[in-house]
Design a protein around this ligand. Structure first.
Ligand code: C2E
Ligand code: MG
Ligand code: MG
Length: 707
């Protein structure tokens, strides 16, 4: 589209010549409109679409410079070229000084000069417009970013601040303009508190980019401070000469505070604010180094609250937490500032007595702690009582590093628990934690039956062809008042060792058979109940008779009961096992070999045992990792089971891949977390009534014993 020129002159001749010249331009003809008065010209300009004006400053309604000024005011961005009389160029020159783009002297219009001049002017205008847009964009960008930006000239005087810099420094752009950079951007070293060398000076001297030093702190105009980070760079003109510097920075106070907080969190216990295990280990390591150098001692106290779990369970976690905080305060009050009280988690605390930690002073501190903790703790409206058991180890006799010292103190703590709690014990080399724990478990087991602390959980068994729950395996749990829910692995071996497994096993059988019969009587579709029998029970002379009585008492039909005996248990005395199994079989109960694959049974024996079910040990099932896994053992057991006409049950099925594998190979039944964890009786009954929900709730959290 060609450019449109407004010619404003009442000299008809000039208007004609100009119109002709512009319209007739060979390279790029212009559109021309011609008017004769300023008023008409201004009206036309306001309508828009005019790219440049050529004006005779002497018009009927306006003369001289005023003509230009009124036109310029009406269209400030439209280029204006003044026409000047040959004998008086002064007004036209003045117009150029005020912003006219050029002037042309009359008498020289009839040549290529006029179109060329106008073309140049409009090109320049296009460049200016582009430059303006670029500048506006830069300004918006600089004001939108969160980084603060300050620019200076070559002498280090501020000539620009973006909005973030205004906010950070407290200086407005107008106030800062012309100020020396050190006034606006005042920085000190956060550690030494000395004024820091201003990076702008260095940038201007060296003409290179500078990063800010670590720990730089900006002092704002009002004296407040902010930790900052960033860099300063030189600004160059288009010849590459340095013309100033720009400094870009941002507030890192929040990030710094967060880093400090994270570091603290990583080393401290959230609830009590005490050093955690990690920091304690560091402190012990340091103390060991010092003790080694000075040939001195140090002591580590392992403290565990007695019966804390009861308080936590009965009064709630919030109360438990407050009690732990109260304990923390008392512990801190009993030690010196050079000692470290740390929380290991739960209700366990470890205390490092770093100085003079020889036996007498450690005993003194332990006694002091027991006395301090024994006083009632005010938590909410109640006064709580709590005692502790403490084990003490001493460097270097009981360990040479943090790990060994803590372990020894822990063992001694168990000993203190065994000795009736609320006391402290020094570690001695004949202490063995396992033995102590075993002893402790045994002493508690003896009371567990009377106190009705046992309970059965039931894990559903699923028929893989129909997807239906066919029965359950009864799994024993011990609800210890202090230790919480204890799993069989922790106490069944102890019960076997001390013979307690026999009465416990009887209780399990009676409970499981009774429960199963009640379910069956109430119309629930329960095909069978599986009960684990320890080898020790099984080999007992009276076992079969006791079982017969139990079935009679509870009314459960014998074929509904599956007895699970581990492969290892059967193989311990294979001959005797075969005999007992036959006797049991004759009663009509079903027999299962549990944990099959782990007990090194020989096939010849297996053939002699009148068994009905093989339970593939979960370790083999869990070895199946992907769909095309060979799962040789699992496949072989299923194949063997089919040949021997035995039912095969897979244990420990945890994922779909394992299930698919077993289904493809036609394993009969499966149990595992994929279907359900072991459940309380009511929950299992619910499954029998309503079928298996998509995901089942977990078994209650299991606590470690001897807390
Ligand atoms: P088990 O008879 O082989 O029982 C299966 C064990 O595997 C159970 O552990 C069960 O909770 C767990 N389990 C089930 N599904 C999964 C799974 O998908 N993944 C994993 N990782 N584990 C799963 P629990 O209840 O701790 O019992 C352990 C062992 O204690 C039993 O092994 C059994 O040998 C013995 N036991 C349990 N109850 C009694 C009992 O009443 N009397 C006797 N004598 N022993 C019992
Ligand atoms: Mg079992
Ligand atoms: Mg098993």
């Amino acid at each position: 589209m060609s450019s449109r020129i407004l010619v404003l002159t009442n000299d008809v001749n000039d208007a004609d010549v100009l119109t002709k010249v512009l319209r007739g331009d060979r390279s790029e003809p212009f559109d021309v409109e011609s008017l004769r008065s300023l008023g008409a010209g201004i009206d036309r300009l306001r309508q828009g679409g005019i790219d440049a004006v050529v004006v005779n400053l002497g018009l009927p309604d306006s003369q001289g410079l005023a003509t230009f000024e009124q036109l310029h005011a009406a269209a400030p961005h439209t280029p204006i070229v003044a026409l000047s009389a040959a004998n008086d160029e002064a007004p036209a020159r003045q117009a150029v000084q005020r912003g006219a783009h050029a002037y042309l002297t009359k008498g020289h219009f009839d040549c290529g000069l006029v179109p060329q001049t106008l073309r140049n002017i409009m090109q320049r205008k296009a460049i200016e417009a582009a430059f303006y847009t670029e500048k506006a964009r830069a300004e918006i960008a600089l004001n939108s970013i969160s980084d603060a930006v300050i620019c200076t000239d070559l002498s280090g005087r501020v000539n620009y601040l973006n909005i973030a810099a205004e906010a950070m420094t407290g200086w407005s752009r107008e106030e800062a303009r012309g100020q020396a950079i050190e006034n606006v951007f005042r920085i000190i070293n956060g550690v030494t508190r000395q004024a820091d060398f201003n990076p702008v000076e260095l940038v201007l001297q060296r003409d290179e980019v500078m990063g800010l030093k670590a720990n730089t702190v900006l002092v704002r105009r009002d004296g407040s401070e902010a930790a900052i980070e960033d860099s300063a760079s030189p600004i160059h003109d288009w010849d590459g000469h340095i013309t100033g510097a720009v400094i870009v920075f941002h507030d890192i106070s929040a990030a710094k505070a967060m880093t400090l907080k994270m570091a603290h969190l990583a080393q401290h216990d959230f609830l009590t604010g005490l050093p955690n295990r990690m920091l304690l280990n560091d402190r012990i390591a340091q103390a060991v180094t010092l003790a080694k150098r000075h040939n001195t001692h140090l002591a580590v106290l392992f403290l565990d609250l007695d019966n804390f779990k009861t308080i936590n369970d009965s009064l709630g976690h919030a109360t438990g937490d407050q009690l732990l905080q109260s304990v923390t305060t008392r512990l801190n009050a009993c030690v010196r500032s050079s000692d470290t009280v740390s929380r290991q988690g739960g209700d366990e605390f470890v205390i490092l007595l770093a100085e003079g930690g020889h036996e007498e002073s450690a005993a003194l501190t332990a006694g002091k702690i027991l006395a301090a903790l024994a006083k009632p703790h005010a938590v909410g409206d109640s006064a709580l009582h709590v005692n502790a058991s403490i084990g003490i180890s001493v460097y270097p006799a009981d360990g040479l590093d943090a790990e060994a010292l803590i372990k020894s103190a822990d063992t001694a703590m168990y000993h203190a628990k065994g000795k009736g709690r609320n006391n402290y014990q020094f570690f001695t080399s004949d202490m063995n934690r396992r033995a102590v724990e075993r002893q402790l478990v045994e002493s508690h087991l003896r009371r567990a039956l009377d106190r009705q602390e046992f309970v059965l959980h039931y894990q559903p068994k699923v028929n893989l062809a129909t997807g239906r729950v066919t029965g359950a395996e009864a799994l024993l749990r011990w609800r210890h008042p202090d230790w919480g829910l204890v799993l069989p692995d922790r106490f069944v071996p102890v019960a076997e060792d001390c013979g307690l497994i026999v009465p416990i096993g009887r209780w399990v059988l009676r409970e499981a058979c009774g429960q199963a019969q009640r379910w069956i009587e109430s119309g629930l579709a329960l095909a069978s109940i599986a009960v684990n029998i320890s080898a020790l029970e099984f080999h007992q002379a009276e076992f079969a008779q006791a079982l017969a009585e139990m079935l009679k008492q509870t009314g459960l039909p014998a074929h509904r009961l599956q007895l699970e005996i581990t492969e290892g248990g059967l193989m311990r005395d294979a001959k005797a096992s075969a005999k007992i199994l036959r006797e049991l079989k004759s009663m009509g109960v079903q027999l299962a070999v549990d944990d099959f694959g782990t007990g090194y049974s020989s096939l010849s024996y297996l053939n002699q045992f009148p068994i009905d079910i093989l339970k593939i040990d979960q370790s083999f099932v869990q070895d199946i990792k992907c769909a095309d896994d060979t799962g040789i053992i699992v496949s072989a057991v299923i194949g063997m089971g089919n040949n021997l006409k035995l039912q095969v049950v897979a244990e420990g099925v945890e994922n779909q891949v394992q299930l698919d594998f077993l289904t493809t190979r036609q394993c009969d039944e499966a149990q595992g977390y994929l279907f359900s964890r072991p459940l309380a009786a009511e929950q299992f009954a619910d499954i029998l009534v309503n079928g298996m929900p998509a995901r089942l709730g977990n078994e209650p959290k299991v606590a470690s014993c001897c807390q």
